[in-house]
Unconditional design. Sequence first.
Lengths: 247, 222
Amino acid sequence: MQVTFKIWRQEGPNDKGAIKAYEVNGLTEDMSFLEALDHLNELLVLKDEKVIAYEYDCREGICGQCGVFINGRAHGPHDNMTTCQLHMRSFKDGDTIVVEPWRAASFPVLKDLIVDRSAFDRIIEQGAFISAKTGTAPEANAIPIPKEVSDRAMDAAACIGCGACVATCKNSSAALFTSAKINHLNGLPQGRTEEHKRVAEMTYQMEIEGFGSCTFTGACEVECPEGISIINIAEMNARVAKSKVFG
Amino acid sequence: MALNQLFFRKTVIAGTGLFLCIFLVVHLSANCILLLPEETARGLYNSYSTTLRESPLIKLVAYLLYLSIILHVIYALLITLRNRKASPQKYVMNNSKENSTWTSQNMGLIGTMILLFIVVHLANFWARIKLGMGEAVNLDAAGHVDVYEVTSALFHNIYYVIFYTVLAIPLALHLHHGFKSAFKTLGFYHKKGLRIVAKIALVYAIIMGVGFGIIPFIVYFK
Ligand code: SF4
Ligand code: FES
């Protein structure tokens, strides 16, 4: 299988950057997308050219490191999937594949396809944790939590912090990410003691990091590899209002 | 500490938007009078508009209405500017149509078209009837200002008919996205409820779009 990669190359944060085309032969359909990039990098090494910088860790869809924009979509052509779970069988022989880094003012490009997502970490630092000592794992039924409540919290907790929601959003809004973190903790009794503070501080951080505001295009929930529902954002809005009144 | 501009601005847009949605229902109901036979329509339409103009309560609502439109526009502009700043560099290739509707991606553009419409619309009616600009408006047999005549004359000009009808399309699109988003912005997060809201939004947008779009045509051929 042969494809033409058009890949964003950028030396460093202050470099202008540009798309560069690479024709790559010898790919197979069962290769993952990242393996195809690895293959391209090996070819570049042989030619004594600089390899393409991109991020990954687990390569099994759980760490959230591998986000890139592929053919105009976050994590490639499929809904709800990470880049590492994408395979070359999703493309045809002879295809041109455009690969770009996440684009958002709050996610500056560090090199090639790698962006700095520490804005997310700073949002997390503001309260996406429970400050009480929890000790060892308690007996599972010591705190009765209705199934729907725990399901909702678990669904929100699935967010892997990949940044696809921001990347695909025309407003570069981090609302899906932040709402997932807030609803995960605020929905459970352990998180409730600090609920208003958490909402106020995390959303404040989201704002000063320079993310845009959500206008409900719905693109995020389609591209989110964890299928985090956009209803989380509506719930966060309710929590913000509640924290203003009771917080 | 917390300024929460992101939320405050969206709340204003959603709140004023929903208020304007209610206003449109009242407006369209009044427009339906135009569909009645000529003389009945003239009498009813003129007495209705006179009642509106003379009621102090309606005056208050009218000011609320102007304020809503202005706030809606200003805050939409502020949000757009901030959101542009948040995403300064566009993708070389962006397939947003695969994950969202064209309408949701272009609410600003669509809104600007509606604003243009409102300016023309106000110049056509409000400026003439309330500000007395342009040609003076006659009184009808009952002594009411003949707003019907102004409307009917306007809708016998094919260019205006086309303008009013074509701009009902962005109106419908804007209402469809705006109506359902407003609920989410205001913190309504009931899953089934939101599905119902989405259905209502669709029906509402179609009724408003078709209603406002078709009445000028019917008047033209009357
Ligand atoms: S909400 Fe989804 S798209 Fe956004 S960071 Fe979390 S996992 Fe990624
Ligand atoms: S590499 Fe871990 S999610 Fe893709």
